[in-house]
Design a protein around this ligand. Structure first.
Ligand code: EPZ
Length: 413
């Protein structure tokens, strides 16, 4: 593959900002918003509680002046896991919220115990029911909270509950992913009082009112990483524009260790993957700034044709090796033991019929297909469209031989 592409706005940056608009009795304008199905689903969910949401290409305007309902309908909530990030904002705005448990997905059971533990510390009551979350509070109050694990979503919910709570919240062991920093900057622009942004210890003093904000969403580090790994799988030379280089150091270091030539400046990454066939002796996924779990499946796909043996350990989710069986069908030599896979590189994978079962695994199958001999078809396009504006458009711009099967939900590669 040879070519260049501009990186879309961040899905995991945009979604919490969309839920945070519920705290603002007015209009919020977000630029560089990716047009993906998770964003459309979140827009639908916000409309059901009374927000007016309009898109103009990659600009979204959300008017949350009139929130009329705190019951989030099952259909919209279960369309995506990130509905859970409405807990904090609706408790902050309306003091109550009811929603179906967003539930798990193939990558893991994805409980909400950390969210509930933290919000209980802020004077929130939860009614324990099998498949719904009902929460209410007389008054959200600041608290000292130490998260048992730096959960991204739980950190976001606490921040959004704390910005208009009474008193001060000291949150320790907070997640420090770039999407958290973006949320804090957004809320600070709205008038929130947040100290320690970018660190695992945040101090948030509640304010009475948050004001309207216009902000641009940062580029998507996982989408950018996807395209670097696609080029690594095929030995290409690519250029990424608008890449969030600073947020991608762990991947860049892995690619260099594999033999790729990577030149990166503030918002552009140029990579020559011609020699990038080295294995990864040992790679463990970690919370930021470690190697991101969201790129793990794609790295495994690349390592199936590396020259040597690699070991990858997944430490964040319990079900993130779903694509192993499909890679084995393509001729990959992979052994899965617990939360580790051992990969012995083969010369080439064989193309075939592949089924995406979740977002990042689907992107990984596209990468495997690009590197394989012969044609492959990847079914389950809607999974991929949850996070990628147009994976075919972007990969074609990078020189990949890929097209949609018109009228089908499949991506032949
Ligand atoms: C966010 O999910 C991202 N999603 C995920 O990206 C990402 O993989 C994940 O963070 C880790 O970086 C969005 O931002 C919308 P967590 P989140 O809470 O917030 C356990 C993608 O492909 N946990 O940090 O759900 C949980 O089960 C998606 O874009 C609890 O046990 O992640 C998991 O094992 C996939 N109890 C681990 O913590 C809780 O209450 C990390 O989860 C919460 C989480």
């Amino acid at each position: 593959m040879t070519g260049e592409v501009r990186v879309q706005g961040s899905k995991n940056g945009a979604l919490p900002l969309m839920t945070a608009t519920v705290l603002i009795q007015g209009k919020t304008v977000l630029h560089n918003c990716p047009r993906i199905t998770d964003i459309e689903a979140m827009a639908d969910l916000l409309r059901t509680i009374g927000c007016k949401v309009a898109f103009d290409k990659n600009t979204i305007t959300i008017d949350a002046t009139h929130i009329c309902d705190t019951h989030c309908p099952q259909k919209q909530v279960q369309a995506m896991r990130s509905s859970i990030m409405l807990l904090g904002p609706l408790l902050g705005r309306c003091k109550s919220v009811q929603m179906n448990r967003p539930g798990g997905c193939v990558i893991g059971e994805r409980p909400t115990d950390i969210h509930e533990y933290a919000l209980r510390r802020m004077n929130v009551e939860f009614v324990a029911e099998e498949d719904t979350i009902t929460a209410y509070t007389e008054k959200l109050t600041g608290a000292d909270i130490c998260l048992p694990f730096p959960s991204v979503g739980a950190t976001e919910n606490v921040i959004m509950a704390a910005v208009t709570a009474e008193g001060t919240t000291r949150l320790s062991n907070a997640a420090i992913e770039p999407e958290i920093r973006l949320l804090c900057e957004f809320l600070r622009r709205a008038g929130a009082k947040i100290k320690g942004i970018g660190t695992p210890v945040l101090e948030i003093t509640g304010v009475d009112v948050l004001r309207e904000v216009t902000m641009s969403i940062m580029p998507d580090r996982i989408v950018a990483g996807t395209y670097l790994l696609a080029a690594a799988a095929t030995g290409g030379q690519i250029l990424l524009r608008d890449a969030p280089t600073e947020q991608m150091q762990s991947l860049i270091s892995v690619l260099r260790r594999m033999g790729a030539g990577v030149f990166a400046d503030k918002d552009m990454i140029c990579m020559d993957a011609e020699g990038a066939k080295g294995p990864c002796e040992f790679l463990r996924t970690e919370v930021y700034p470690g190697f991101p779990t969201d790129l793990q499946s794609m790295l495994v796909a690349v390592l199936t044709t590396a020259e040597g043996e690699s070991i990858v350990e997944e430490t964040i989710f319990e079900g993130r090796f779903r694509i192993v069986s499909q890679l084995q069908k393509m001729g990959a030599r992979i052994e899965e033991t617990g939360n580790r896979v051992r990969i012995s590189g083969v010369k080439k994978l064989r193309g075939g019929l592949l089924q995406a079962q979740e977002l990042r695994g689907g992107a990984a199958l596209v990468i495997a297909a690009l590197a394989a001999e012969g044609e492959s078809t990847v079914t389950g396009l809607p999974y991929i469209q949850r996070g990628y504006e147009d994976i075919v458009r972007d990969i074609r711009r990078l020189g990949g031989d890929i097209a949609y099967i018109t009228g089908e939900q499949n991506v032949p590669v």
